[in-house]
Design a protein around this ligand. Structure first.
Ligand code: SF4
Ligand code: SF4
Length: 135
């Protein structure tokens, strides 16, 4: 993935917005990777949880808004408990999802799933999806 950085990106409102919604100090992260090492869903993610924080620090808006990881995250909070810097990564994931959901951009439309999928899906997956839509 080719990434272009500049001061404008890093200082833009998007970074401040993520911090404001999540209540997290993104700059506290020093990229130790403990969050990613403990995440049970990391194998399904395209950007690791520590990279999500790093991308947010660097103001990489498009990369964050288009990544799969924010939707794969199950809000299990394992990463939060492992972070030595007290960064609540799950809240950062939620903040990025919220920015999209407030624009009415969603990853999964349950109504569009066929009946077989709706019956077969684990309830926890549906509950998790609803929760992502209601914050
Ligand atoms: S565990 Fe905390 S400090 Fe370490 S990479 Fe993750 S967010 Fe950053
Ligand atoms: S809250 Fe999300 S990012 Fe953190 S460990 Fe759980 S699934 Fe991974």
């Amino acid at each position: 993935m080719r990434i272009e950085l500049n001061g404008e990106k890093i200082r833009n409102n998007f970074v401040a917005k993520i911090s404001e919604i999540s209540g997290q100090n993104l700059l506290a992260c020093y990229q130790c990777g403990k969050c990613s090492a403990g995440c049970p869903l990391v194998s399904e993610m395209d950007i690791l949880p520590n990279q999500v924080i790093r991308f947010a620090q660097l103001g990489l808006i498009e990369e964050l808004l288009s990544c799969k990881s924010i939707w794969i995250c199950a809000s299990c909070l394992t990463c939060n408990t492992r972070c030595p810097r007290g960064v609540n990564i799950a809240e950062v994931m939620e903040a990025i999802r919220l920015i999209l959901l407030r624009k009415n951009i969603d990853n999964l439309k349950i109504i569009e799933l066929n009946e077989k999928r709706r019956v077969e899906l684990p309830q926890i997956a549906l509950v998790s999806s609803f929760r992502k839509k209601t914050a």
